[in-house]
Design a protein around this ligand. Sequence first.
Ligand code: 5GP
Length: 253
Amino acid sequence: EMNLKYVSSGKAKDIYENSSETLLFEFTDRVTAFDGKKKSDYNEKGEITCKIAEYWFNIMENNNIPTHYIECPTSTSMIVKRLDIIPVEVIWRNYVAGSFLRRYEAGEIKLPEGVGTEEGSPIHGGMIEFTTKFEAVDRPINTDEIISNGWLSEKEITYITDLTQRINDIMSQELAASGIILADFKVEYGRKPDGEIILADEVGTPDGCRFWKKDEFDEGAIISLDKDVFRKSIGDLTVAYRELFNKLQKNNK
Ligand code: 5GP
């Protein structure tokens, strides 16, 4: 990969050109939060995150969710199909947390009917949100703005909403068997040259999901196995990520 042409860097991944139709993602040990204002490095973070992404991509493919995933040639790298990335981050929420709670507390949004006002309040049936991807600060956008910007058609928004709900159902079910609650997650989509919209970036990693231990949650405590450990400075991120991965693997043996 040292000879590959560098393309760009995300928060945690470096991207290289692998062929005219594929890219190579190198998962690094970097972690950032709060739109890059908080940064660090954790040993082995890249390797664990890559393995978790690989784990979920295989499950998605087995469940007929179309993805850009091809293979992992090393323990920290992944080959994916080149796509035209849709500049929208798609968030699915099953519980109140993170920016959703913050925006509510700041008076910027109302919560859906019947949803409680604390971190951990369930959102029955779940809900979808969209934020901008290529702006300095992720900003919630509504579907009218997505359509008027020409990013997605109404039909495509319906398709993506359905796919994201299916991804939620698949992950929530797998995680439940490991004693983990999927509180929320972010996914991205892209278009293949033939126009098909497929799942891009990474899925199911603790960088882009909130995972809570179910036993503790049922006792009223939120114990995170995701990037909130770093955001809130409440432990060693690698330890939390490894615990998550071990729980997933144990369930599949
Ligand atoms: P929130 O909007 O509450 O900050 O995030 C909701 C969910 O989406 C969380 O699981 C969070 O980790 C994920 N998420 C939101 N924005 C980003 C982002 O820019 N990158 C990644 N990897 N995940 C994000």
